[in-house]
Design a protein. Structure first.
Length: 374
C-alpha cells in the first residue's frame, strides 16, 4: 500500500488568525471538499465529554466542520453512542443533557445532535467486518450507519486501557452500541490479589457497574456485573487489581480496529484529530488529570490509521511535562522506562496493536507523508 498523506498545522496563531481558521484551512487542504455531500447525511463522530471533564474538544471546532459540510450541500449531525458505565451518558436523554451542559447544541455547533444507538443504547445495526479476525460482525449505532458520509473529529489523548484515544478509538469503540462496546471489552476481566489489597475502596468507587464489593476488607469482583472495562486496574495504587489475561488489552485494541473498519468501509470517510490537552486518561472520566505532553497541533487525513500513527509519532517526540502522571512516573527511582510516553504513563497498555490490526485488515496504512499547512 502506498503512503497516505496526513496534513498538519500547529497551534501558533498570528494576530488576526484563529485556531478555527487554521482548522478550516487544514480540512480544505486535506481534501474535505472533494467529498460529494450534496443532499447527503453526514455523521460527525465526536466525544461530548463526561460531566466534570474539561479536556474534551470545544464545540467551536465541531461548528467549523459542520459549516464546511453545509457549504457542500451536506446535512451534518454530531453523534456519539451511549456508554457501558452509568456516568452522565448512559442513555440518550442524559447523553443529550450532558452534551448541552458541555456546550454542544444547535446554536454553538450549527447542526443537530443525534445519539447514535438510541434512547437505551439498543438501536444498533449488525455490520459485516471486512477481513475481520476477531469480530466477523460489529454492532454499530443505527443513526451512524444511516449516514452517507462519515467524519471523525477526535481529541487525541492518553488512555488507561488502549494507550491513546485517537481516531480509531473514537470510531471503533465510540460507534459501538452498548452491546458492541461489551463485545469489544469482553476479552478479559480483572482479578484481585487479596494479599495485596488494602481495602481502600478506590476500585469500587471507579467501577461503573457496581461489580466490586468487600469481604473482610478485601475487594471481590462480581463477574456477572463486571464489563471488563479495566477502570479498576487503573484506580488501584497497590497493584492489587490486575488482568489475569495478559493479552486482554491487545485483544481490545484489535477488536476496536475491526469495529472501525465496519464503520468506515463502503462510504466516504474523513478524519480530524486535535492533539491538545493530552490528558493521561479518557474523556469518559468525570475529571481530567494534568496534560502529560504539551499541545502539538491539528492533523487531518482520509486515512484514520495514518492519522493515528502521525499523532502518536508527534507525541513520542514531545517532551513530557514534569508535573503530570507521565512526568511523575519517569521521575520515580527505579522506574522501568519503556521509552514510550503512552506506556510510561499507563504501563498496562499495548497501543501498537490497534494500528497493526487496522493496517492488516486494510483500513489504512501506518506509512504516511506529513504535509505542513501554515
Amino acid at each position: 500500500m502506498e503512503k497516505s498523506t496526513v496534513y498538519f498545522t500547529d497551534f501558533r496563531c498570528p494576530v488576526g488568525t484563529s485556531q478555527l481558521d487554521k482548522l478550516r484551512k487544514l480540512c480544505v487542504a486535506a481534501g474535505i471538499k472533494d467529498i460529494d455531500m450534496d443532499g447527503k447525511f453526514v455523521a460527525i463522530k465526536m466525544h461530548f465529554g463526561e460531566l466534570g471533564n474539561m479536556a474534551f474538544l470545544r464545540p467551536n471546532y465541531a461548528k467549523v466542520v459542520a459549516d464546511l459540510c453545509k457549504e457542500q450541500g451536506g446535512m451534518p449531525f454530531l453523534t456519539d453512542c451511549n456508554t457501558l458505565y452509568p456516568g452522565s451518558r448512559k442513555n440518550a436523554l442524559e447523553h443529550l443533557d450532558c452534551a448541552n451542559l458541555n456546550g454542544f447544541n444547535t446554536i454553538t455547533t450549527g447542526c443537530q445532535i443525534i445519539i447514535g444507538d438510541g434512547v437505551r443504547g439498543t438501536d444498533e445495526v449488525e455490520v459485516p467486518v471486512v477481513n475481520g479476525e476477531y469480530c466477523k460482525t460489529a454492532l454499530i449505532g443505527h443513526a451512524i450507519m444511516d449516514a452517507d458520509v462519515f467524519i471523525s473529529l477526535s481529541h487525541f489523548k492518553g488512555h488507561e486501557a488502549t494507550g491513546f484515544g485517537g481516531a480509531l478509538k473514537n470510531i471503533g469503540m465510540g460507534c459501538g452500541s452498548r452491546a458492541g462496546k461489551m463485545q469489544q471489552h469482553a476479552s478479559g476481566k480483572p482479578a484481585v490479589n487479596a494479599e495485596v489489597c488494602r481495602g481502600c475502596h478506590r476500585c469500587a468507587k471507579e467501577c461503573g457497574s457496581d461489580a466490586i464489593t468487600y469481604v473482610n476488607n478485601k475487594a471481590v469482583i462480581d463477574y456477572d456485573k463486571c464489563k471488563g472495562c479495566g477502570r479498576c486496574i487503573g484506580a488501584c495504587s497497590f497493584d492489587a487489581v490486575y488482568n489475569p489475561n495478559s493479552s486482554a488489552n491487545e485483544l481490545l485494541d484489535r477488536k476496536m480496529a475491526e469495529y472501525a473498519q465496519a464503520v468506515c468501509h463502503g462510504r466516504p470517510h474523513f478524519h480530524i484529530a486535535l492533539v491538545q490537552d493530552i490528558s493521561p486518561n479518557c474523556d469518559c472520566h468525570g475529571e481530567n488529570d494534568a496534560p502529560i505532553l504539551p499541545d502539538i497541533g491539528i492533523f487531518a487525513s482520509f486515512d484514520p490509521v495514518a492519522l493515528d500513527q502521525a499523532c502518536a509519532d508527534a507525541c513520542l517526540k514531545a517532551t513530557p511535562i514534569a508535573d503530570s502522571q507521565l512526568g511523575e512516573h519517569l521521575a520515580e527511582p527505579g522506574w522501568h522506562c519503556h521509552h514510550d510516553h503512552f506506556k510510561d504513563s499507563n504501563p498496562n497498555i499495548e497501543w501498537k496493536a490497534t494500528l497493526d490490526q487496522a493496517e492488516k485488515i486494510g483500513l489504512g496504512t501506518r506509512e504516511y507523508e506529513l504535509k505542513r499547512i501554515k
